[in-house]
Design a binder for this molecule. Sequence first.
Ligand code: NI
Length: 255
Amino acid sequence: MLFDTHVHLNVEQFEDDLEEVIARAQEAGVENMVVVGFDEKTIKKAINLVETHDFLYAAVGWHPVDAIDLTEEHLNWIEELASHPKVVAIGETGLDYHWDKSPKDVQKEAFRKQIHLAKRVNLPIIIHDREAHQDIVDILKEEKAEDVGGIMHCFGGSIEIAQECLKMNFHLSFGGPVTFKNAIRPKEVVKEVPLERLLIETDAPFLAPHPFRGKRNEPGYVKLIAEQIAELREVSYEDIAKQTSLNAKKLFGIS
Ligand code: NI
């Protein structure tokens, strides 16, 4: 059994063959997935998917790259959706300093507002962090995000940043990059995370693991990520699959 904690089945890359992609994931042993919405269109699609597929759950939030487009109406809508029985987290939210569509102060404000929202509805937060490790940690601390905790999605920070996040009640989720031959840091960090705080994800259709790097990613490939982590930690694949799945269910309140 595998749990892909971060997948975008709700984007156009999967429009033509979604059911085949899902069938291949199930064949690979994927039992559950969280479909992450990050703007108006993808949130709507995520809700639609979880209402038609038992084993899918949704996260609803606003991506930092598009923070400039986030309105109070959107935030109210996201807060309403949070009470949907299959919405299990708020996000993805966070900071992304790679792209400059939204200025940093606008991103920070949108991030803080979504942390407040997550605390009001008592759901974990899914964090997107690109080239913004220290600001993310500072804001999580200032806003006392540890009350709800959540996931550092596709974690790419240092061991020191990992420790800060663990102290604040966050789980660390690893994806495709942990399989890249030249990715030294995630390979080191993934060995240090306490097993009960470890999660796996694909972020499909993005960030496909080796040997599919550069191609469209899909949730079935989460198996390759679990295998790589098992090898790095020198434990069995079954142990990683089972424990990360249990961790995800506990965090999302899925029985
Ligand atoms: Ni994502």
